[in-house]
Design a protein around this ligand. Structure first.
Ligand SMILES: [Zn+2]
Length: 230
């Protein structure tokens, strides 16, 4: 398999990189992605391939079941760098059909770390339980509902992160979108359409100043007390 990957890289260099050398050389100097992708780690869900995008289009975070956790330093650092420094304009949270993480949320899982991680989607499971009961859904239908409810819940988590709330208060927050990728057809369903939201304004420096003003890091240091020399 590893030989296949290395052979694939040689093909990429000759078929894609070399014919588009100017694009890739500019990209080597600076990345300027306008989209932050939060998706599942599933091997079938490749954000650049499904959107027919070139490298450099998206800043990417992927984890089991596309979860946004408030206590996850990893996603927080990615968000801070993406939103404040890269000045990301759009954030996409993308779930997908046939998600093993979603099935594990539905069926319950007892493995240590996976169970702890999927606990963060408990609210989506409760919502799906209610809807399944009201509508008399079978397992497949319920998994579809749970997948969508999970995307909605993770967007709620995202909007509740201090970084996003503080930027929102300053009127400079990226548009947020909820998508569903269908592994059976390769198509995307738009669950939450953020395209109608106001595009963010201001420069990256202004956004950083806004965050610093809120969290207090930008405050002037108090003048040091003068001490008399003896
Ligand atoms: Zn998945």
């Amino acid at each position: 398999m590893i030989d296949n990957l290395l052979a694939g890289n040689a093909k990429f260099v000759s078929n894609e990189f070399a014919p588009n050398a100017a694009y890739y050389h500019a990209l080597a100097a600076h990345q300027r992605p306008k989209v932050l992708w939060i998706g599942c780690s599933d091997s079938r869900v490749s954000e650049h391939q499904m959107t027919d995008s070139k490298p450099g289009t998206m800043f990417v975070h992927r984890n089991v079941a596309n979860i946004v956790a408030f206590n996850d330093v990893n996603i927080s650092a990615i968000l801070e760098y993406g939103v404040v420094h890269l000045k990301i304009e759009d954030i996409i949270v993308c779930g997908h059909t046939r998600c093993g993480g979603i099935a594990a949320i539905e069926d319950g899982v007892h493995e240590n770390y996976i169970a702890d991680w999927l606990c963060i989607a408990t609210g989506a499971k409760e919502a799906a339980d209610r809807i399944a009961l009201e509508r008399g859904l079978d397992r497949e239908q319920k998994l579809a509902v749970l997948t969508e409810e999970n995307v909605k819940l993770q967007i709620k988590h995202l909007r509740n992160l201090a970084l996003i709330k503080n930027l929102l208060a300053k009127g400079s927050v990226p548009r947020i979108h909820g998508w569903l990728y269908r592994v059976e057809t390769g198509t995307v369903d738009v669950l939450i359409d953020g395209r109608g939201e106001t595009p963010r304004s201001g420069s990256p420096a202004k956004a950083l100043k806004a965050v610093k003003a809120v969290v207090g890091h930008g405050a002037k240091k108090p003048a040091a007390k003068k001490t008399r020399k003896h």
